[in-house]
Design a protein around this ligand. Sequence first.
Ligand code: ATP
Length: 411
Amino acid sequence: SVAMRQDILDLIAGLPEEIRKILEAVRDTAEEEGCSVYLVGGFVRDLLLFVPTQDLDFVVEGSGGQFATALMKRMPDGKLTQHIQFGTAQIIFPDGSHLDVASTRWEYYSFPGALPQVEESCLRDDLFRRDFTINSMAICLNAEHYGELVDYYGGKRDLQQRKIRFLHNISFIDDPTRMLRAIRFSERYQFDLDKETREALYTAIESGVLSKLSVERFTEEILLIFKEINYLGMGRALISSGLFKAWFGKEYDWNFDFEEQEDCASWSLNTRWLMALSKMDSIAICKLLERVCLNKSLRDDTMTFVRMREALKEPLTLSELDRLVNKAPKGVVMVLARDGRFSKLIEEALEASQRINMSLDGKALLEMGIKEGPGIGEILDRVRMAWLEGRICTAEEEKGIVRQWVNTLRR
Ligand code: ATP
C-alpha cells in the first residue's frame, strides 16, 4: 500500500548514511542495467522491527554476477568475489562489512542436508525457498517502485503477530538447519513458533532428519547460537525440543541455567561454550566432541579445560598449580574457578601469582655474569617460585637470592 511504502521510505531515511548510499548505488545500477533489484531477507525483517543491522542482501532478477560487476563501479573501495556455482556475488568493504548479491534462482536439494543446486527462476520462487515468512520479504529498489514491500507469504502479518512460520511443511526436511534457525529466531525476538511449524519441527526431530545433516553445518548453526545474546534461552530450547538428544544421541548435562546471567553477555564464545559443558564429566565431553567440528581455538580450549580439571583433582605443589593456572587461557580458568571443587585452589594460584614482581630477566642474568644456556631459564623459574612462596618480596631480595645461588654453584 501507499502508506506502507511511505513507512518504509521513512525507515530507510533513518538508516546510517553509508547504508543509504549503498541502497542508492544499487538503485542507480539497476536503472543502468535495466533489471529489477530487491533488498531481501534478514535486513528487511530487522528494518521492519526497528532493529538496525549490517548485512545487506540483494536479489537481482537476471544475472547477479553482471549486476555486481556494474555495481562495483560505484563502490571504489569494495572487493568483489563471485561464486558462479551458486549464482551469487559478494562485495567486501575495508571495514569488514559486506553486501551479497544473488540472482533469482531456485535452489533444490539432491538429498536432505546437501548443498543446494541452483537454477534460474523468478523473485517469488527465490523468496519461497527461504526459511520463514518473516525472512521472505523483499523491498523493491527500482526507482519507480523504490520502497515497495513484496510480501507473498505473510511475513508482515507474522512479524506483527510475533510468529515464526515456515513456508511449506517439508521445509525442515529440505534443510534441517532450519530447525536450529527456528529456535534461534524464536528466542532472539521472543516470537512463538506457529502451531503447524512447531508440530513439523517435533515430527522432523523424531523422524531422524538430523542424521542427514553434516557435522560441519550443525556446528556452524550451533556456534551462531552461542554468539547470540540470549544463547542460554536457545540452549534450553535445544534441550526441551529434544533436538540436542536427537543429534548427540544421549542426554548430556548441559549448563544453560546459571545465576549470573547478566555477565555472560560479555563472555567470549569460548567461555560460553566451556560454561555450557562445565557440568559434564570429562568422558562425556570427549564423546560430545565427536559430534561437533570445532575450530582449533575452541577445540584446544576444550581440551585444556578437560585436562586441567583432571589435573586439579590430584594433589599439586604450588609450582605445579602455578604452571597449570597461570599459563592457561583466561576463559578456561574463569570457568574452572566457578566450580566449587576448584575455586579455592585457583584463587590460591592467582593470589600467589600476584605476589610475583620479577625485575630480573634473561638479559639481567647475563649481565650478572651467568653463562648463556638452559641454566638461565632454570634460574628464572626458581626466582618465580621464590616470589610465589613469599621467600622474596623486593627487587633487592630477588638479586640477593640469585647471587647466593650463583656463589653456591661456583663453589
Ligand atoms: P541474522 O540476523 O542471523 O544474520 P539473517 O536472516 O540475515 O539473520 P542469514 O543466515 O544471513 O540470516 O540469511 C539471510 C537470508 O537467507 C535469511 O533471511 C533467509 O531468507 C535466507 N536463509 C538463510 N538460511 C536459510 C536456510 N537454511 N533455508 C532457507 N533460507 C535461508
